[in-house]
Design a protein around this ligand. Structure first.
Ligand code: ATP
Ligand code: MG
Ligand code: FE
Length: 336
């Protein structure tokens, strides 16, 4: 089954062709990062307009790279939530137009289920059940993937997402949006034990909280500035990253042990973080768990992951029609 997948939930216009859920024939991503950097974050109206400009180009390129035309495509998969409503709509409308004119099935995909499915592309032998730590720009979820279409949220952030904390801390120490990759790089030059930031809720269930950590970094930065001290940005980056990683790894391991789950996966943009991958891998090795994480390009927003998730939704029998709409706050695991 050849799926053309479309993703426009945030600031990446993306299209991909994926065969049978795991075989990626093309994965085209047009990122708008440069346009949003000068505003310090994603501006929704600009994102929507750019998606409109790019969507056809990106779809055409995905088909060309896969050596296919629309006549070869069996199913259209599209992200319909969660995300920015205006941005999502561009992908949804394009997908509906193709499905209607070519008279082929349309499948709506949850963006975070897509992030999780990136692991199926990376590791063709991976099958549920497994525990997935989803860490992205807008989500921090511990998800028990019981089956391809069955997701159980075991813990989630009560305030900021991990990626959001990365981006806000980055901004405070003068790094441009998106700050996650830049803090990751800078932290390699710093001392992770230089500053003791609070490890929020570490012994307290499976929910997360990152706003206290973020405030603590901001306070540190402000008081250093007030004293006229030079900011030790590499030490701040390393200490912040170390704190985030320790909280994420500790909770994931505790939950896996409690639930008796032996396969651990990462998903979402922050899954590209080198410290998180190293920390989680070491902990998994120590506990005898298998560890999975997508390559960088499959961690951040892309359409190949949507093509994989769409395949399993298609097998389940999920079909959308011309009433499919963007749902900005779509809950994980909700079935249509
Ligand atoms: P969501 O998926 O929750 O809707 P999103 O699609 O905007 O949000 P993603 O594309 O999944 O988010 O991830 C983007 C986030 O990942 C940003 O916050 C970015 O800073 C962060 N990120 C990317 N690479 C790294 C890295 N190496 N280390 C830490 N954070 C990273
Ligand atoms: Mg993005
Ligand atoms: Fe995302």
């Amino acid at each position: 089954i050849k799926i053309l997948a479309i993703e426009t939930s945030c600031d990446e216009t993306a299209a991909a062709v994926v065969v049978n859920g795991r075989d990626v024939r093309s994965n085209v991503i047009s990122t708008q990062i440069d346009l949003h950097t000068k505003f310090g974050g994603v501006v929704p109206e600009i994102a929507s307009r750019m998606h409109v400009e790019k969507i056809n180009v990106v779809i055409r390129e995905a088909l060309e790279k896969a050596n296919m035309t629309l006549d070869d495509i069996d199913v259209i998969g599209v992200t319909y939530g969660p995300g920015l409503v205006g941005a999502l709509l561009v992908g949804v409308v394009a997908a509906k137009a193709i499905a209607f004119t070519k008279n082929i099935p349309l499948v709506g995909v949850h963006h975070i289920e897509g992030h999780i499915a990136a692991n199926y592309i990376q590791e063709p032998t991976l099958e549920p059940p497994f525990l997935c730590l989803v860490v992205s720009g807008g989500h921090t979820h511990l998800v028990h993937v019981a089956d391809y279409n069955t997701y159980e949220i075991m813990g989630k952030t009560r305030d900021d997402a991990a990626g959001e904390a990365y981006d806000k801390v980055a901004r405070a120490i003068g790094l441009p949006y998106p700050g996650g990759p830049k803090i990751d790089a800078l932290s390699k030059e710093g001392n992770k034990d230089a500053i003791a930031f609070p490890k929020a809720m570490i012994g307290d269930g499976y929910d997360f909280s990152f706003s206290g950590l973020k405030s603590s970094v901001l306070n540190y930065v402000n008081s250093a500035k007030m004293k006229g001290d030079e900011l030790p940005i590499a030490d701040i980056a390393a200490s912040f990253q170390n704190t985030v990683v320790e909280v994420l790894v500790t909770k994931t391991m505790a939950l896996a042990k409690e639930k008796g789950i032996t396969k651990i996966a990462l998903a979402g943009g922050v899954a590209a973080n080198s410290g998180l991958c190293e920390g989680m891998e070491a902990a998994c090795n120590k506990n005898g768990f298998a560890f999975y994480h997508p390559s960088k390009i499959l961690c951040t927003d892309n359409a190949a992951m949507i093509g994989s998730a769409a395949y399993y939704e298609y097998l389940r029998g999920s079909r959308a029609d011309m009433t499919l709409n963007a749902v900005p706050n779509l809950p994980l695991g909700k079935k249509i």
